[in-house]
Design a protein around this ligand. Structure first.
Ligand SMILES: C[S@@+](CC[C@H](N)C(=O)[O-])C[C@H]1O[C@@H](n2cnc3c(N)ncnc32)[C@H](O)[C@@H]1O
Length: 196
């Protein structure tokens, strides 16, 4: 059986990962407000433990760590070695955060340990989203919370819809995206996220 998320692992350790690292500060600034809204929804309290899925360079993990404080802990997991390296480099010493290179959809995670399952745009890439969420659910304490931010379909996103509308009739039409594909197709991952 093919390994789940193999294309994503390759891409986020290759082209997309390199580009994300290169533009990390700018991308963090763009994503900050969205992540903050999800953090407010999650309402992390002092002393809580948070799993940050697809944490990338760790911007949201650090924001969460500031909320849970020294008595709590944030575990950021990501499939991308370059992004986890950047996250470790950016984390100030004594911040209650750990970073781990791992596929959140299948990695061994401590069971029943986390108060919050959180993600800032890191849960859109699973080959099997249902299986991935079922797996990650087991890491939550009974009554734990889930808060994440991800894009809706392209038709509901002005940052996709408006430019595509503007070039309609100028460039050849493309096939509509497969609604069942992992939320962002590989090309969207490359063009939409990591810049081109
Ligand atoms: C759009 S980036 C967001 C990064 C970060 N959360 C942020 O907001 O800056 C998506 C991240 O999800 C990670 N990712 C994709 N699939 C993953 C998986 N199965 N397990 C863990 N991380 C994953 C990628 O490596 C990438 O860092």
């Amino acid at each position: 059986m093919a390994q789940h998320n193999a294309d994503r692992v390759s891409d986020w350790n290759g082209q997309s990962g390199e580009r994300w690292v290169a533009h990390q500060a700018r991308l963090d600034a763009i994503a900050a407000a969205f992540g903050q809204a999800a953090i407010e929804a999650a309402a992390p309290a002092a002393g809580e433990r948070v799993l940050d899925v697809g944490c990338g360079a760790g911007g949201s993990s650090l924001a969460l760590a500031a909320r849970v404080g020294a008595g709590g802990q944030v575990l950021g997991v990501d499939i991308s070695e370059p992004l986890i390296a950047r996250a470790r480099a950016l984390a100030p010493q004594d911040t209650p955060v750990l970073f781990r290179v791992a596929d959140a959809s299948s990695a061994e995670l401590p069971e029943g340990e986390f108060d919050i399952l959180f993600s800032r745009f890191g849960v859109m890439f699973f080959d099997d989203p249902t299986g991935a969420f079922a797996h990650m659910r087991r890491a939550l304490k009974p009554g734990g919370r889930v808060a994440f931010v991800c894009w809706r379909g392209a038709a509901e996103n002005d940052w996709v819809r408006l430019p595509m509308g503007a070039i309609k009739g100028i460039v050849p039409p493309t096939a509509p995206p497969d609604p069942e594909a992992a939320a962002h197709s590989r090309s969207a991952t490359r063009r939409g996220w990591a810049g081109s």
